[in-house]
Write a protein that binds this ligand. Structure first.
Ligand code: PLP
Length: 427
């Protein structure tokens, strides 16, 4: 195993290295618990002196294989698999932001994340400021307070599809002395590795491209291992933890302090653990991720170009289109492709949009993206329906917006399906 491997090799080989007679691929370790012979050995595990598995809520060999591989692919020091993308987002923040403290987030977010930040985390006492990620740095600076503990953004906003200006956001995070947490669900580490562009923590909804086959809900947090937690703002990492006999995470775990704490405290207490079967499928999914992302991106670009020139389409939104406001950022940060999600406005607005979604045959109307099979959705009436009109617009959703998650089918078949559905939408 080597960090010099290219990402395609990392995706296939990962960190799992079987010894003679052991299974070639990590098996599904469907066991709650693990046997030990001595109380002393178990004591060392509970004291975090050893990292062997002892109870699946806190760690499992199948999850470990997935965590090792995704950490390798993102270029981080370690990872923590979670039961969903939402759990990954929640834990990534609670780990460093307490009641009474504050965080700043780009407003262009997945609807569930927006709702978590606008409704649920504030109920726990966190203060959250939403900013327009396109605003100049002087404006963004004003959102920070002495209590700000992190900056959050999506690499590609879902569903607005704006590409994050990493240079601006990472400079801002550095200046403010807080980590930049990036949701990298849409690009995956094959198309973009945020840690190489100044992010400190990466999260994913593994449910999407990592699984890639619409089988399992899950998430993961990857720790870049470079953020300096010792400046005084994060006593929960640098001062003794009463729930672990006074250990100090930064002292004991160095660059992995953040991710060990997330596991030892929050996974222990909140229990958002992935099932071993799901961790197996995520690890499996990663094996073909580079190939799939190439095809998703090529198909999406071809369809975006087809839609852009179509008389029944009022606008097309895909960061790979030269007309897209994020085109330059996409070329800079996503040079291998801009992933499989695109959106467009249909002539005839909301009514035509509903007819279009009901008329597609190959492309299924489902609440999902990142599947090998193509999917279609109207976010304003589904994923973003809990938001007010103003919140929808702030998160990049307009009433006529149709979102396509372009799969890895033959692109000619997809274009034929879109063409017939566009014609049907006008009837
Ligand atoms: N982040 C992004 C960008 C998403 O698109 C989603 C789900 O669609 C999530 C997070 C939440 O992930 P999950 O559905 O796995 O909880």
């Amino acid at each position: 195993m080597s960090k010099t491997w290219k990402i395609e090799t990392q995706a296939v080989q990962g960190t799992y290295a079987p010894k003679p007679t052991e299974p070639r691929i990590p098996t599904i370790c469907q066991s709650t618990t693990f046997k030990y012979d001595s109380a002393d050995h178990l004591a060392k595990l509970f004291d975090l002196d050893l990292a062997d598995p002892f109870y699946t809520r806190l760690g499992n060999p199948t999850a470990d294989a997935f965590e090792g591989k995704i950490a390798l692919m993102e270029g981080g020091v370690a990872a923590l698999a979670t039961s969903s993308g939402q759990a990954a987002t929640t834990l990534s923040i609670l780990n460093i932001c307490q009641a009474g403290q504050h965080m700043v987030t780009a407003s262009t977010l997945y609807g569930g994340t927006y709702s978590l930040f606008a409704n649920t985390l504030p109920k726990l006492g966190l203060k959250i400021s939403f900013v327009d990620p396109g605003a100049p740095i002087e404006e963004l600076r004003k959102a920070f307070t002495p209590e700000t503990r992190c900056l959050f953004a999506e690499t590609i906003g879902n569903p607005g599809l704006n590409v994050l200006d990493f240079e601006k956001f990472s400079a801002l995070a550095r200046e403010m002395g807080v980590p930049l947490i990036v949701d990298n669900t849409f690009p995956t580490p094959y198309l973009c590795r945020p840690l190489e562009h100044g992010a400190d923590i990466v999260i994913h909804s593994a449910t999407k491209y990592i699984d890639g086959h619409a089988t399992s809900v899950g998430g993961v947090i990857v720790d870049g291992g470079k953020f300096d937690w010792t400046g005084g703002k994060y006593p929960e990492l640098t001062e003794p933890d009463a729930s672990y006999h006074g250990l100090r995470y930064t002292e004991k775990f160095g660059p992995a302090a953040y991710i060990v704490k997330a596991r030892a405290q929050y996974m222990r207490d909140l229990g958002a653990t992935p099932a071993p079967m799901n961790a197996f499928l995520f690890n499996h999914g990663l094996t073909t991720l580079p190939l799939r992302m190439e095809r998703h991106s090529a198909n999406a670009l071809a369809i975006a170009k087809f839609l852009e020139g179509h008389p029944l389409v009022t606008w097309a939104n895909y960061p790979g289109l030269e007309s897209h406001p994020s085109y330059a950022l996409a070329q800079k940060y996503l040079p291998l492709g801009q992933s499989g999600v695109l959106s467009f406005g249909i002539k005839g607005g909301r009514e035509a949009g509903v007819k279009f979604m009901e008329a597609t045959e190959l492309i299924a109307l489902v609440v999902h993206v990142g599947d090998a099979r193509s999917c279609v959705l109207h976010p304003a009436s589904t994923t973003h329906r809990q938001l007010t009109d103003e919140q929808q617009v702030a998160s990049g959703v307009t009433p006529d917006l149709i979102r396509l998650s372009v799969g890895i089918e033959n692109v000619d078949d997809l274009i034929a399906d879109i063409e017939q559905a566009l014609q049907a939408s006008q009837g």
